[in-house]
Design a binder for this molecule. Structure first.
Ligand code: FES
Length: 110
């Protein structure tokens, strides 16, 4: 597993990007639950964001791909609207150790 950050570094309704082994991942804190996903949009297989740490929609209720506006449920990673509707973000195993967030190993990407 790889150390990402302190739990305090990702506030409620916030998301942050990190690199693990040269791959981009994002951590989302939603209702005090942490989720970690590969930063990989199932539509075109490219990163979700244009700007650093900009992964959420205006309401901070969904993960949004900046490329074509696909919206993903934070809880499950499922795409609920957009060109990859029915697909899902790829989850990354993670755990909280004390006040630290650790993640890995990275899943295989298709
Ligand atoms: S690349 Fe993400 S919606 Fe098209």
């Amino acid at each position: 597993m790889h150390y990402l950050c302190k739990t305090d570094d990702v506030g409620d309704a916030e998301a942050k990007g990190f690199e693990i082994e040269g791959q981009s991942v994002l951590v989302v804190n939603h209702d005090a639950q942490l989720k970690v996903y590969m930063n990989w949009c199932p539509h075109l297989g490219i990163e979700l964001n244009f700007m650093p740490d900009q992964f959420l929609d205006a309401d901070k209720a969904m993960i949004m791909c900046a490329n074509h506006g696909a919206l993903f449920e934070i809880e499950s990673g499922h795409c609920l609207s957009g060109p990859c509707s029915g697909d899902a973000l790829i989850g990354v195993p993670h755990e909280v150790r004390g006040d630290e967030i650790w993640a890995g190993p990275l899943p295989e990407q298709t």
